[in-house]
Design a protein around this ligand. Structure first.
Ligand code: HSE
Length: 396
């Protein structure tokens, strides 16, 4: 039997305990031995929880217990989670996490400790909720040079956009519903303003391109600038508006990564990824394009990915999984504003239409909508000049 500890008994942590209980036999079959939750560390009292007898407050009990070989970190954030992860790895325990903020900001350091101690630091649940994406990238697709990865990486914002568009529900109401369903972060600003998606695209870029991409260094725009007017205009032109995280490798070897709303042609499969679902496209030189689709947030889908990593950690106790990436030098990241792309622009006034080089133009009330030629963000801003810009989004 293998003993594990769960740190943080919120939405994901409680889901992990439940899935381990519910699928006990199946999990024992996969892992080769029974997996038992010995401790749950949380500072809150939960006398009514069926797991109350295993709740403790002091992480050092876990740290010093040689019977615990795998620690599940579902605390979130980078304070206690970072300290406990460092200590657990240093104590020779594998750590499994859903904490994208921690992996994106400190993955390099934590993977180095795991390597030194010959244990695993696994984070399948940190991107795409229940969708298998980290293992496919680090195992099934390793024969490829991956040149691009992008996707709908935040379930909360996709849920909000989908319900606003389909039912005309007000933003605040849908956000409350996303919180009730356990999709949103403790502070949903991270969802709405794109920071959660930024952490996830950085993790994917780290793995796909092998160099650390700092989430603080990339351009991030959330969904607060999307109005129903633009949803309507985009729909009339055959596009959906979705929040995408995107990263690709340039011919000179640099990587660009960013998060921003995009217009996506309804001919693309990913334009139909709705609700809490996430969709992630990976492009490899042998594979071509592959779309990973599934539940991107929520208690049980996320727990499904965490528990799979626990099983993997148990199976690889003697042989560490080789996951990792290198530190990046100062010139490795290219600014997304310097990358040319097609744009949707809605404005009033007089932009330099020749410079916009539009493929399509629409009149709408006193405004014009342009689908521009290929321009960098700087070229676009110069062409828009004194025009009163109401919205501008990239087109995939
Ligand atoms: N708040 C996140 C989301 C949770 O909505 O996608 C899953 O990482």
């Amino acid at each position: 039997m293998v003993n594990i500890a769960i740190l943080g008994f919120g939405t994901v942590g409680s889901g992990v305990a439940e899935v381990i209980e519910e699928n006990r036999e199946r999990i024992a079959g996969s892992a080769g031995e029974e997996i038992c939750v010995k401790y749950i560390v949380d500072i809150r009292d939960m006398p009514d929880s069926p797991f109350a007898s295993r709740l403790i407050r002091d992480f050092s009990v876990v740290e010093s217990d040689p019977e615990v070989s795998v620690v599940v970190e579902t605390i979130g954030g980078t304070r206690a989670a970072l300290e406990f992860t460092r200590r657990a790895l240093s104590a020779g325990k594998s750590v499994v996490t859903s904490n994208k903020e921690l992996v994106a900001a400190h993955g390099l350091e934590l993977l180095a400790i795991a390597k030194e101690k010959n244990v695993n630091y696994l984070f399948e649940a940190s991107v795409g909720g229940g969708i298998p994406i980290i293992s496919p990238i680090t195992q099934c697709l390793t024969a490829n040079e991956i040149d691009e990865v992008y996707g709908i990486l935040n379930g909360t914002t996709n849920y909000i956009l989908t319900r606003m568009i389909a039912e005309g529900c007000p933003f605040d109401e849908v956000l409350r519903e996303a919180q009730r369903l356990g999709y949103a972060e403790a502070d949903p600003t991270a969802d709405v303003e794109g920071y959660d998606a930024a952490r996830k695209i950085c993790i994917l870029a780290d793995l796909c391109f092998g160099k650390n991409v700092d989430p603080e260094a990339i351009r991030v725009e959330g969904i607060s600038g999307i109005s129903l007017t633009d949803v309507d205009c985009a729909g009339g032109l055959g596009y959906k508006i979705k929040l995408l995280g995107r990263a690709y490798r340039l011919p000179d070897g640099r990587v660009t990564a960013y998060v921003a709303p995009h217009l996506i042609s309804d001919k693309y499969l990913i334009s139909r990824v709705d609700g809490v679902m996430n969709g992630i496209v990976v492009h490899g030189n042998a594979l071509g394009e592959c779309l990973f689709y599934g539940a991107g947030a929520g208690k049980r889908p996320t727990a499904s990915a965490v528990v799979a990593d626990v099983i993997d950690a148990v199976k690889h106790r003697q042989r560490r999984r080789t996951i990792g990436w290198e530190p990046a030098d100062g010139n490795a990241l290219a600014d997304a504003r310097d990358m040319a792309t097609f744009w949707y622009v809605r404005c009033a006034g007089s932009p330099d239409v020749r410079a916009l080089n539009p493929r399509r133009t629409l009149e709408r009330g006193g405004e014009r909508v342009y689908l521009t030629g290929s321009l960098t963000a700087r070229e676009l801003d110069a062409a828009l000049g004194p025009a009163d810009v109401r919205a501008k989004f990239r087109i995939l």
